[in-house]
Design a protein around this ligand. Structure first.
Ligand code: TYM
Length: 345
C-alpha cells in the first residue's frame, strides 16, 4: 500500500504539469479565440502535458442545427490542428467521445450550489439573449466545464478573461469535493494573458463589447479563415475615436484594441507602435493592423485547407485522442465514484 502511494507520488512529481482547455465548435474561431486562448495552447505544448477538447456538449446549451454541429465539430478539430495543436504531442479530442464528462457532471452537480450557479455572469447574459431557451444545461454548464478540467487533474487552464469566473467556480468545486471526501482533484490555476496580451479582444464595431462569433454584425469579428482582403476591409472599417493619435490610453477603446491585436501578431511593443505611427493618421494604422493580421493568419488558412481535405487522417486523430483522454478521465471518475460511495461494478 505504502509502496504504491510512494510510486504515485513520484509519478506526480516527475510528470510535467498538465494543461486542459476547450473550445466550442460553434463556428470558425475568431481572432479573439485565437489570441486569447488557442495561440497559447500551441505555445505551451512543449513545456506541459497538454489536453485540448472540442467541447461539443457545451455547444448544445444553445440551439444548434444537428448537421451543422457535426460538420463544425470536425472543422473545429481541423482548425485546432491548423493553429498548431499537434495531435501526437498533445491529446486533442471531441468531448462527447469521452462519456466520463457527462458522468462527472452529475456527481459534481451534486457538489455545486444553486446560488453559485445563479451568480455566473455568462448565464445571466446568455439567458437574457436567448429568453426562449433558458434550459437547465445553460444553467449547469459551468459544472460540465469544471468536470472537463478536474477529470484530467489539470494544473493550469489557458483561457481568455471571459472564462475566469467559471474557472474560479471549478476551483471552488474541487476544493469543496476534496474537503468533503479527501484529496481527489488537483485545484487548477488559470493562465490568462494580460489585457494588453489579448485576454479580451474587443469587437471591431463596438470596442466596449467582446469580439464574439455570435455577433450579428459580421464586420465586428475577424474569423481566422477570413480571406486577406476581407480581414483588411474589416480593420479599415473598425470603429475608433475622433482623435488622431495612435497611443494606448484610457477611453481610447478602439485604438487600444487595435494596438493589442497589432502587438500580439507582430510582437512589437506599444512604445514602438506609438513611434511607428507618430504623425500618421488612423487610416494608415488600421491598414497596417489588417495587413499584419492577414499575414499572421495565412499559414493557419493553408494548414486548415490541408487538414480538412483529409477526413481519414482527422478521424484517425480524433479516435486516438479520445482513447488517450478516456484512459485518464476514467481513472479520475473511478476515484470520484469510490469517494462518494458508489458500489464498484
Ligand atoms: P469559447 O468556446 O467561448 O472560447 C474559447 C476560448 O476563447 C477565449 N475567447 C476570447 N479570448 C479573448 N478575447 C475574446 N474576444 C475571446 N472570445 C473567446 C475564451 O476565453 C476561451 O478560452 N466554456 C468555454 C469552453 C470550455 C473550457 C472547458 C475552457 C469548456 N470546458 C474547460 C477551459 C477549460 C467556452 O465556451 O469557450
Amino acid at each position: 500500500m505504502e509502496n504504491t502511494e510512494n510510486k504515485e507520488q513520484l509519478q506526480t512529481s516527475e510528470r510535467k504539469k498538465r494543461i486542459f482547455s476547450g473550445i466550442q465548435p460553434t463556428g470558425v474561431f475568431t481572432l479573439g479565440n485565437y489570441l486569447g486562448a488557442v495561440k497559447n495552447w500551441s505555445k505551451l505544448q512543449d513545456e506541459y502535458d497538454c489536453i485540448y477538447s472540442i467541447v461539443n456538449m457545451h455547444a448544445i446549451t444553445l440551439r444548434q442545427d444537428p448537421a451543422e454541429l457535426r460538420r463544425r465539430t470536425i472543422e473545429s478539430y481541423a482548425l485546432a490542428m491548423a493553429c498548431g495543436i499537434d495531435p501526437d504531442k498533445s491529446i486533442l479530442f471531441i468531448q462527447s467521445h469521452v462519456p466520463a464528462h457527462a458522468e462527472a457532471n452529475w456527481v459534481l452537480g451534486c457538489t455545486t450550489q444553486f446560488g453559485e450557479l445563479s451568480r455566473m455572469t455568462q448565464f445571466k447574459d446568455k439567458s437574457a439573449k436567448h429568453a426562449d431557451n433558458i434550459n437547465a444545461g445553460l444553467f449547469t454548464y459551468p459544472v460540465l466545464m469544471a468536470g472537463d478540467i478536474l477529470l484530467y487533474q489539470a494544473d493550469v487552464v489557458p483561457v481568455g478573461i471571459d472564462q475566469k469566473q467559471h474557472l474560479e467556480l471549478a476551483r471552488n468545486i474541487a476544493e469543496r469535493f476534496n474537503g468533503l471526501y479527501g484529496k481527489t482533484f488537483t485545484v487548477p490555476e488559470p493562465y490568462i494573458p494580460s489585457a494588453q496580451g489579448g485576454a479580451k479582444i474587443m469587437s471591431l464595431t463596438d470596442p466596449t463589447k467582446k469580439m464574439s462569433k455570435s455577433d450579428e454584425n459580421p464586420r465586428s469579428c475577424v474569423l481566422i479563415l477570413d480571406e486577406p482582403n476581407v480581414i483588411i476591409k474589416k480593420f479599415k472599417s473598425a470603429i475608433t475615436d475622433s482623435e488622431s493619435e495612435v497611443c494606448y490610453r484610457e477611453g481610447k477603446d478602439g485604438i487600444n484594441n487595435l494596438m493589442t491585436i497589432y502587438s500580439a501578431v507582430t510582437g512589437f511593443s506599444f512604445e514602438s507602435i506609438e513611434r511607428e505611427f507618430a504623425g500618421k493618421g488612423y487610416g494608415d494604422f488600421k491598414l497596417a493592423v489588417g495587413e499584419a493580421v492577414a499575414e499572421h493568419l495565412a499559414p493557419v488558412r493553408e494548414n486548415y485547407a490541408r487538414y480538412i481535405a483529409d477526413k481519414g487522417y482527422l478521424e484517425e486523430c480524433y479516435k486516438r485522442g479520445a482513447e488517450r483522454a478516456e484512459r485518464i478521465a476514467n481513472r479520475t471518475l473511478e476515484k470520484m465514484y469510490k469517494k462518494v460511495g458508489f458500489v464498484a461494478r
